[in-house]
Design a protein around this ligand. Structure first.
Ligand SMILES: [Zn+2]
Length: 193
């Protein structure tokens, strides 16, 4: 069959767009892939961490990254994302809730959702390599449940808080979450400071 060249061109553009869309959210990953992805902790720590419960049932198509609090150790949290073509996971230490007063609000630095009453927490990641061995960390205020992807898509609401007033579309907000996660990972690996 002979297709006119402009059809073929349109088809290529369409496939390229599909490819880009497919790479925008998380592909479902297995527990072994999660454990193998960690870049800032020891093999022993990686072995001991508790993966998210009911991994297969997560809303993967709505996740810009996989983030969770360790069900067995609440002061530990994890973030796994696709970074530079492969899966990168970082272990985080939850050092404090950002909001002390009941009415004070804090904002997540990844998704810019505001929360009250401890809905945002300061989380620090040990940097990789020599910087990490010297005790250097990178800290960010993040949604305490790491459900940023669901907040920006309106699938989860922040009681007393919510999205900031801006005119971005959901796709644009999701893209910003992914860009912020990439910047966070780059700081952890020392690719940017
Ligand atoms: Zn967030």
């Amino acid at each position: 069959m002979h297709l006119p060249s402009h059809w073929l061109h349109s088809l290529i553009i369409c496939l390229e767009t599909l490819g880009k869309l497919a790479s925008t959210v998380m592909r479902p990953v297995a527990e072994r892939d999660i454990r193998a992805s960690f870049i800032n902790c020891s093999k022993g720590e990686t072995k001991r961490l508790n993966p998210p419960r009911e991994l297969a049932d997560l809303p993967w198509a709505d996740l810009d990254f996989l983030g969770w609090r360790d069900p067995g150790a609440p002061e530990r949290a994890y973030l796994v994302a696709e970074h530079d073509g492969s899966l990168a996971g970082i272990a985080l230490r939850v050092t404090s809730g950002a909001a002390r007063g009941f009415t004070s609000r804090s904002m997540c630095s990844l998704c810019l959702t505001t929360h009250t009453n401890g809905g945002v927490a300061l989380m620090t990641a040990r940097r990789t390599g020599e910087a990490g061995r010297q005790g250097n960390t990178v800290g960010h205020y993040l949604c305490a449940d790491l459900a940023c992807s669901l907040y920006v898509r309106g699938r989860k609401e922040a009681p007393g808080g919510g999205p900031i007033d801006e005119s971005l579309t959901v796709d644009e907000k999701a893209a910003r979450v992914r860009a912020n996660v990439a910047a966070f990972l780059a700081k952890v690996t020392g690719a940017s400071t």
